[in-house]
Structure formats: structure tokens, C-alpha cells
Design a protein around this ligand. Structure first.
Ligand code: NDP
Ligand code: OXD
Length: 309
């Protein structure tokens, strides 16, 4: 029985090493060089080439190498009848919070404005809003969103969140469903997107929704590039509706050299690094799921490919 690592823009070697360190008898191989495709029963995937999963006639389980599964479902030939599992890891949530904390503080303490002033040799003190009067809005209150929302609340921000279903999270006011989206957005100073990419959420960061934010709000998108309509962001920044945007994810990654985001001084961009899965941290859960699969037991962290997350 073989585990195959099928990934394109990720180095599979640390994953092989992390799994073998836990169990040296494991047969872990790397796509496309597996010795026998028919032996592969468990696939660990990140941006696999479309259609490639059809080459494994005895596949029994597909595991995302990250939290998101949109990269799996992008494939028109994805076998939706097989169980799909994903990564849920406290380190991933903590690392995401560290990134978001940095981005939020950058706007909260006006570093974007000071940077612009510096280029003009302009010595001018800003007066930031009090922390308790600064509202952070988190779209997506799942494993990552809930963790960050709750941490921001503990350090004194006013935190509200939006999800499909209502949540009870200490210190976080919950808004749910499309019906409450406008009410949620109308209060937000710093909007964080931590939604999964699904048919319902694709393009949700569009001008119509951005215009529901208070004038001069800031956006932090760490979810997926396809949540955002790129041209709408540029319009909102030009009109001042958005003061700035911190982007970690893009429609095309790596971002094309020609993309206008690179040169826009109201955009701070990072190369999809807000929270990178650590193979050593997640190898135990992958191995556990592999063993559960072998013994025919219920898997952990299973997602619903029809719901999309
Ligand atoms: P979860 O699946 O745990 O949570 C998803 C949340 O989004 C849930 O609260 C869900 O609501 C909500 N949601 C889903 N669909 C809708 C909708 N139509 N309307 C409103 N709310 C909706 O995901 P995670 O927190 O683990 O991860 C979120 C995303 O973060 C990942 O899918 C991935 O794209 C991105 N990510 C980015 C990384 C990076 O490095 N940039 C790293 C890791 C993840 P409900 O609970 O009510 O169902
Ligand atoms: C993930 C990611 O989904 O890295 O884990 O984007």
C-alpha cells in the first residue's frame, strides 16, 4: 500500500521525511515517479495536475496538504465519491494570527500613512482611533477565523465575524448568512477574509460589498485570490473607499510580473506565506488518518466536496 505525494508548487521531500520519521516502514512515493500507480491508496495533494488522479485505480482517500481544498475541487475530473480530508493544525492557526496581527497593527497604528509621509519628508503625527473603537471584521469563523477573531478580541479590539451559520464566540459578535452581510460590513474598519473558496464565496470581495464598508476601511485577504475582484480593488483604492489592502493570495500565483498590484503603493503584498503548513507538525494527523483508512474507521478532518469546504 503506497502513499503518493502529488504536488506541483511545493517541495514534497520534507513531507516524505516527516512521514518516514514517524514510521520508517511506510511506502511513501512522489508523483510522477511511483513504482506502481495501482498500489497507491492514499494521495497527499497540493495543486495536482488536472485529471492525474484518474491514474490511480485503487485510490481510497485524498488528503489536502493544507487547510483549503479548493485546489482539489478545481479539477473537473476530481473523484468526488472518495473521502477528502484536510489539515487542521493549531500551529497553522497561530501562524495565521501572527501574520494578521502584523497586518492589523500596520493599519491600526497608521504605518501605511507614515510610510507615505516618509517619502515626502513629512513629519506629521496621526491620531489613531482607540483600540476599543476599532472594529475588526472577520469573514469566515472556521478553524482559522475563530482563533484570530478571539485573539483580537482579547487584546482589546472590537471584533465582529461573519459566517454561514451563527456562532457563539466569547468577545466576538456573530453575523450569519447573506442577509446579515451588509450590516456586518457597514461596521468594519479592518476587514479580514478567511473564507474558503466556494461557488458562494468566489468574487465576494467585489465593489458592491466593498462599498458597504465605512469610507477608508482597510482590507486583508489571506483566503484566496479568487475571492477578490482585482479591478474592483483598484477602483476602491483610487476612490479612497479603501485606504489600503494587504494581500497574501492572488488569482495567479506567483503573481505575474506585469500585474498592477506590484506597483500600487496602497497595496502591501506577500507571497502566500501567511500560514504555511509545517510537515513535521501535521505528519502525525496524516499518518493517523492513513491508519484509520486502512482499518476502515471514520477519518478525522473530513470535508464535504459537495459543500466545497
Ligand atoms: P474552515 O472550513 O474551518 O472555516 C470556513 C468558515 O467560512 C466557516 O466559518 C464557514 O461558516 C464560513 N463560510 C463558508 N462558506 C460561507 C458562506 N457562503 N458564507 C459565509 N460564511 C461561509 O476553514 P479554515 O478556517 O480552516 O480556513 C479558511 C481558508 O483560509 C482556507 O479555505 C484557505 O483558503 C485559507 N488559508 C490560507 C492560508 C494562507 O497561507 N494564505 C493558509 C491556510 C488557509 P460555517 O462555520 O457557518 O459553515
Ligand atoms: C492552505 C494554504 O489552504 O496554504 O493551507 O493556503
Amino acid at each position: 500500500m503506497t502513499i503518493s505525494i502529488i504536488c506541483t508548487n511545493k517541495d514534497p521531500k520534507p513531507w516524505v521525511a516527516a512521514l518516514r520519521a514517524l514510521d520508517p516502514t511506510l511506502d511513501v512515493q512522489i508523483w510522477p515517479n511511483e513504482s506502481r500507480k495501482a498500489d497507491v491508496e492514499f494521495a497527499l495533494c497540493w495543486n495536482h495536475p488536472e485529471g492525474v488522479l484518474r491514474d490511480y485505480p485503487n485510490l481510497r482517500c485524498i488528503c489536502s496538504m493544507g487547510a483549503g481544498i479548493d485546489h482539489l475541487l478545481n479539477d473537473d475530473f476530481f473523484p468526488k465519491d472518495l473521502p477528502v480530508i484536510r489539515i487542521i493544525d493549531p500551529l497553522l492557526a497561530q501562524s495565521m494570527y501572527e501574520y494578521l496581527h502584523t497586518a492589523v497593527m500596520y493599519y491600526f497604528r497608521d504605518f501605511d500613512i507614515y510610510k507615505a509621509q516618509q517619502y515626502q519628508s513629512n513629519w506629521k503625527q496621526q491620531s489613531p482611533k482607540a483600540i476599543a473603537h476599532t472594529t475588526i471584521g472577520v469573514m469566515g469563523l472556521g478553524k482559522l477565523g475563530e482563533y484570530s477573531a478571539s485573539k483580537f478580541s482579547k487584546i482589546g479590539f472590537n471584533v465582529i465575524g461573519w459566517s454561514r451559520t451563527q456562532k457563539t464566540i466569547t468577545g466576538v459578535k456573530s453575523y450569519a448568512s447573506d442577509r446579515q452581510l451588509g450590516e456586518f460590513l457597514s461596521q468594519v474598519d479592518i476587514l479580514i477574509c478567511l473564507l474558503p473558496l466556494t461557488n458562494e464565496t468566489r468574487g465576494i470581495l467585489n465593489l458592491e460589498n466593498i462599498n458597504k464598508l465605512p469610507f477608508g476601511a482597510c482590507l486583508v485577504n489571506v483566503a484566496r485570490g479568487e475571492h477578490l475582484i482585482d479591478e474592483d480593488l483598484i477602483t476602491a483604492l483610487n476612490e479612497g473607499q479603501l485606504r489600503g489592502a494587504c494581500l497574501d493570495v492572488f488569482r495567479e500565483e506567483p503573481l505575474s510580473q506585469m500585474h498592477p498590484f506590484w506597483q500600487n503603493n496602497k497595496i502591501l503584498l506577500t507571497p502566500h506565506c501567511s500560514s504555511i503548513t509545517d510537515p513535521n507538525s501535521v505528519a502525525p494527523q496524516i499518518l493517523k488518518n492513513y491508519r484509520l483508512m486502512k482499518s476502515g474507521q471514520a477519518l478525522m478532518n473530513q470535508v464535504d466536496p459537495f459543500r466545497g469546504y
